[in-house]
Design a protein around this ligand. Structure first.
Ligand code: BV8
Ligand code: ZN
Length: 260
């Protein structure tokens, strides 16, 4: 832990990459954990354009269920520690695979506790690789908008429709088999290549291209530090891999008093 604190504490540029594990202590089900299954469906089955094409009602029901569940969750100490770090250090970038919006909530809360001089909340905002549960995109005119409303998935007629062209809306997330937004991908790859330290928190590192970002840091001469309750495919390339829960480790690792 001392070594990791020193590595992170002395790094000039830090990339933080998070996955579902950082939100587990907030009560958000992870994808591969025992709580990842929904009605016997695996996320990889439902989070696809094919599933939406064949049964938009079922897919919207799943996203509606996640919106409600996540809507009742609060950021935890790991989210708070990361928010404080990105607000205090303009060379710390957060890239997340999560669509739950808890990093954003933690950032608002940290910023509300007294502005960090010269640090804008936009600058510290996470790069969202895979979109957000609380945004929609129109399948007709591609209009994107934020949307925290409960989803009525009783029938195809009740599903969310576009306010501009009345076409069916879809969750504004990246589904398996869909390309990431090229600007978002480029920005996250640049952050990975420029980082001295890539801190990887709570990801099984099985989904690409997200899982390849720490490799970019390593290939560019930086080091990888992993925090996870279990070993992952990244453990072998990590300089340090810390076993434990993110909410207990990150405040200490990032030198932020818990609950600050
Ligand atoms: C694409 C949004 C190309 C939707 C998501 C290369 C090799 C192999 C496969 C591929 C490859 N390249 C592409 C692929 C295919 C695919 C892929 O990676 N498949 C995997 C399954 C093998 N990738 C894609 O399809 C990507 N698109 O490649 O497009 C392309 C190019 C041009 C033209 C067309 C196409 C798109 C991938 C994005 C999919 N969308 N989410 C939604 O959420 O509904 S992915 C989704 O699953 C999440 O966002 C996240 O990325 C992933 C889940 O992983 P984790 O977040 O890590 O969660 P998980 O549960 O797995 O693990 C939790 C971890 O936390 C565990 O390790 C656990 O031990 C730990 N933990 C638990 N509690 C704690 C903890 N750690 C610390 N503290 C705790 N308390
Ligand atoms: Zn539209």
């Amino acid at each position: 832990m001392d070594q990791a604190r020193k590595l992170v504490g002395t790094a000039r540029r830090i990339l933080i990459l998070t996955g579902a594990g950082v939100s587990a202590e907030s009560g958000v089900p992870t994808f591969r954990g025992s709580d990842g299954l929904w009605r016997k469906h695996r996320p990889e089955q439902l989070a696809t354009p094919q599933a939406f094409q064949s049964d938009p009602r079922l897919v919207w029901e799943w996203y509606g269920w996640r919106r409600e569940l996540v809507g009742a969750c609060r950021p935890n100490a790991a989210h708070a520690a990361i928010a404080s770090l990105t607000l205090a250090n303009e060379d710390a970038r957060l890239v997340t695979q999560n669509v739950d919006g808890l990093h954003e909530l933690a950032l608002e809360e940290a910023a509300a506790q007294g502005p960090s001089p010269g640090m804008s909340i936009d600058r510290a905002a996470p790069i969202r690789l895979h979109g957000s549960l609380f945004r929609t995109r129109c399948t007709g005119c591609n209009d994107r908008t934020s949307d925290r409303h409960p989803v009525d998935a009783q029938s195809e007629n009740s599903l969310p429709k576009c306010r501009k062209c009345a076409a069916l809306l879809r969750p504004d997330v990246v589904w398996f088999g869909e390309a990431l937004d090229p600007d978002i991908l480029r920005n996250s790859m640049q952050a990975a290549e420029r980082a001295d330290v890539c801190l990887v928190v709570g990801t099984s590192a099985l989904v690409h291209p997200a899982a390849s970002l720490p490799l970019l840091t390593k290939q560019s001469g930086g080091v990888v530090v992993e925090v996870n309750t279990e070993p992952t495919p990244l453990t072998e390339i990590a300089a340090l891999s810390i076993r434990g829960q993110a909410g207990q480790i990150l405040p200490d690792l990032l030198g932020v008093e818990p609950g600050r």
